[in-house]
Design a protein around this ligand. Structure first.
Ligand code: PLP
Length: 395
C-alpha cells in the first residue's frame, strides 16, 4: 500500500497521484471496495478499532478505502487537511451546518446561492432555530452590516449563479475571523483546478461532486474540505452518526474523474471565453456576464482569485425579454436544455422560469435576473459547433 502525496506537487499532479491505494495485487488504478462492513482477527482488535485506539476500517458508513482515496485526493487538490465525502452536494452543506452550528446561531449568505441551499436554510435550518440573512454577494459593506452577535457562518458561492458576480473571499474571511464565524465557500463552479478558497482564508469548502468534479453527468456526490478540527472531527462525527455517506462506487467514479479535472476545466474555460467574446459582438445581445471579459466589473478580482481560469458558466441578456430568450433556447439543436451544469455537454437554461423561479419577481429584479437572461454552461464539444448552435437562435 502506498499513500503518496508530496507538498511540492501542483494541482494536476495531486489530481492524478494523490490518494493512490495499492493492494498486494499491484493494480495501477485503484480497486473499488464494495463492502458494507469489515472483519477483524479477534474481539480485541474489533474493540480497539471501535474505541478509536487502532486505525483501520470498521463500517462503510464512515470508513471505506475507496471513499477515503477520493477524499484524500480532493483534500490534496484543495490544499485542506481533511475531507469528508457525502452522498450529494446538499448533504455536504447540511453536514457542515449541523456539525458546526447550534440553535440560535445566525448565517449571512449571498442571496444568489443555489436554490436548494436557500431552501435548506429557510425551511429546515430555521426549524432548528438557525436564522439566515441574505446580501448581494459582491457588496462587502452589506456583509459587514448583516453581521449580528449571533452570526457564526458566512456562506457564499463565487462566481455567483447566474450573473457571475465575484465575492472577495479574503475580505469575507477577515469579517468572519473578526466575528468568530466560519467562512464557507461552495466551490462547485470553479473546483480546485481554478480556485482554492482555503488559500484566501476560507475555513471550509463544500462541493457538489455531481457537477464539474465528475464533469460527465454520471453520479451524485458531495464533499466538505477543511482543517482537522472542523472537518476531520466535527463533520466526520456528524457523518459517522447521521450517515449521508458517499457510495464506494460513486467515490471511484469521482476519484478517476479528478485525474482529468485540470485539463477538462482548462478546455471549459477556453471555450467559454470564446463563446462569451462571440456573444458580446452579437446584435440582440444586450449584455454578457462572464468574469473573463475585460468589461466584467470584477475582472481583476476574478483573475486574482481564480488563477486557473474564469470558469465554464456564463450568462447573456437578450433584448426582447422572455419571448426572445425562449426563442433562442428553442432554436438550439445540439445544446441540452437543462438546469444542470458542469457537464461535457453544453447546457442552456432560462433562470427566471427555472432555477430562480421560486424567488419573488421583485427579488429577481433586484438581483438582475431579468426575463431576458439565459445561462450557459459551456461544455467540451468543438467550440465552433456551440457557437453555430447559438447563432441559429440569434438570427
Ligand atoms: C448542484 C449544486 C449543489 C447541490 O449539489 P447536489 O449534488 O445536486 O446535491 C450545491 N451547490 C451548487 C452551487 C450546485 O450547483
Amino acid at each position: 500500500m502506498t499513500d503518496d502525496f508530496d507538498e511540492s506537487w501542483g494541482t494536476a499532479t495531486r489530481g492524478v497521484r494523490a490518494g493512490t491505494h495499492r493492494t498486494p495485487e499491484g493494480e495501477h488504478s485503484n480497486a473499488i471496495y464494495m463492502t458494507s462492513s469489515f472483519v477483524f482477527e479477534s474481539a480485541e482488535e474489533c474493540a480497539e478499532r471501535f474505541a478509536g485506539d487502532a486505525p483501520g476500517n470498521i463500517y462503510s458508513r464512515f470508513t471505506n478505502p475507496t471513499v477515503d482515496a477520493f477524499s484524500k485526493r480532493l483534500a490534496a487538490m484543495e490544499g485542506g487537511e481533511c475531507c469528508v465525502a457525502t452522498a450529494s452536494g446538499m448533504s455536504a452543506i447540511l453536514a457542515t451546518c449541523l456539525a458546526t452550528l447550534e440553535a440560535g446561531d445566525h448565517i449571512v449568505a449571498a442571496h444568489t446561492l443555489f436554490g436548494s441551499t436557500i431552501g435548506m436554510f429557510n425551511n429546515y435550518l430555521s426549524k432548528l432555530g438557525m436564522t439566515t440573512s441574505y446580501v448581494p454577494p459582491e457588496d462587502v459593506e452589506a456583509w459587514k452590516a448583516a453581521i449580528t452577535p449571533a452570526t457564526r457562518m458566512l456562506f457564499v458561492e463565487t462566481p455567483s449563479n447566474p450573473l457571475t458576480e465575484i465575492v472577495d473571499m479574503a475580505a469575507l474571511a477577515e469579517i468572519a475571523n473578526d466575528n468568530d464565524a466560519l467562512l464557507v465557500v461552495d466551490n462547485c463552479f470553479c473546483t480546485p483546478a481554478l480556485q482554492r478558497p482555503l488559500d484566501f482564508g476560507a475555513h471550509v469548502v463544500t462541493h457538489s461532486a455531481t457537477k464539474f468534479l465528475d464533469g460527465q453527468g454520471r453520479a451524485l456526490g458531495g464533499a466538505v474540505v477543511g482543517d482537522a478540527d472542523i472537518v476531520g472531527d466535527k463533520v466526520f462525527r456528524f457523518l459517522r452518526t447521521c450517515g449521508p455517506t458517499m457510495s464506494p462506487f460513486n467515490a471511484w467514479v469521482f476519484y478517476k474523474a479528478l485525474e482529468t479535472l485540470e485539463v477538462r476545466m482548462q478546455a471549459h474555460c477556453r471555450s467559454a471565453q470564446r463563446v462569451a467574446e462571440w456573444l458580446d459582438d452579437q446584435p440582440g445581445v444586450e449584455h454578457v456576464y462572464y468574469p473573463g471579459l475585460a468589461s466584467h466589473a470584477q475582472h481583476e478580482l476574478a483573475a486574482r482569485q481564480q488563477p486557473g481560469g474564469f470558469g465554464s458558466v456564463l450568462s447573456l441578456r437578450v433584448a426582447g425579454g422572455r419571448e426572445a430568450a425562449f426563442k433562442l433556447i428553442n432554436s438550439t439543436k445540439m445544446l441540452s436544455i437543462t438546469a444542470n451544469l458542469g457537464d461535457t455537454r453544453t447546457t442552456i437554461v432560462h433562470p427566471a422560469s427555472t432555477t430562480h423561479a421560486r424567488i419573488s419577481a421583485e427579488d429577481r429584479a433586484r438581483a438582475g435576473i431579468t426575463d431576458g437572461v439565459i445561462r450557459i454552461s459551456v461544455g467540451l464539444e468543438n467550440v465552433e459547433d456551440i457557437i453555430a448552435d447559438l447563432a441559429r437562435g440569434l438570427e
